[in-house]
Design a protein around this ligand. Structure first.
Ligand SMILES: [Zn+2]
Length: 267
């Protein structure tokens, strides 16, 4: 036969799916009217009972607090103050919204958002077209050592359009807006174009792009095979002809790189 106190357990458990506060109230009720719930298990309370004991403890703490009256009063007072201020703010907003200049401002803000959105869409399309139509000339702009597999993986950047293929292996959330466009583009267009050129060069992506821009500046109609040749000559010169710090700074300036640029030899 089930002891009366255990029957009580049962009944209590069957009610636990009710509302959270209902269960708190029941815990209190159970504790005061049927103390054998906890007393019936002298070895140790089950985790469920421990949970109920904790709820009862928190309930006591909040609702039997001797300062509860003050607490409730303070909350009510704060609520009243917030409500009053909200009414004032809403009234002012209502009046302002009727003002023609404010209406104009709201309208312009809305239009500005629309235009900004369109601009971003068009910018994205422009970049997609640029990447799609570029016969890429790649340099290695990233080298990662995989110690487990004992090999290196290389990441390529195009010196012409700046497309960085390693972005595809990055967490998209950490990328800049431009890199996210590259990411989306590469997701759908990863096949290598037959016209793409891979140089053997390992080069910092900013330096590579800077050299390319200089080449194009002086030879606007140059073809890709010549670009590759000029690029390699320029990079060899930069790396082999040693110059002092000042010359290095002015070299960086000529290439529109930051004056403290120091990635001349690596990535
Ligand atoms: Zn390209």
């Amino acid at each position: 036969m089930t002891p009366a106190c255990h029957a009580g357990d049962h009944e209590f458990e069957s009610r636990t799916n009710r509302h959270f506060f209902g269960s708190i109230a029941q815990s209190v009720e159970q504790r005061t009217e049927n103390p054998c719930v906890t007393g019936s298990n002298p070895v140790g309370a089950t985790s469920y009972e421990k949970y109920n004991q904790m709820i009862v403890f928190l309930f006591d703490l909040i609702y039997n607090n001797p300062h509860r009256g003050d607490f409730m009063h303070n909350i009510n007072e704060e609520y009243r103050i917030v409500s009053e201020e909200m009414d004032k703010v809403n009234n002012q907003l209502y009046v302002l919204k009727k003002d023609q200049k404010v209406q104009k401002y709201i309208e312009l803000e809305r239009r500005n958002k629309e235009l900004r959105y369109k601009q971003l869409v068009l910018y994205r399309q422009t970049k997609y077209e640029e990447y799609k139509n570029c016969h890429h000339i790649y340099v290695t702009s990233q080298i990662k050592n995989d110690n487990l597999k004992g090999r290196q993986s290389r990441g390529y950047t195009c010196i012409k359009c700046g497309l960085k293929r390693p972005v595809l292996y990055s967490d998209k959330e950490t990328l800049t807006y431009n890199e996210q466009i590259m990411y989306d583009y590469l997701k759908n267009n990863f096949e290598t174009n037959e016209f793409d050129i891979y140089t053997d060069y390992v080069c910092n992506k900013d330096l590579a792009r800077a050299i390319y821009c200089k080449i194009k500046e002086h030879n606007p109609d140059i073809d890709d095979s010549l670009v590759k040749k000029y690029f390699e000559i320029a990079l060899d010169n930069i790396r082999n002809i040693k110059v002092n710090y000042e010359r290095m700074k002015s070299r960086a300036k000529r290439l529109h790189l930051s004056s403290d640029f120091d990635r001349w030899n690596g990535v």
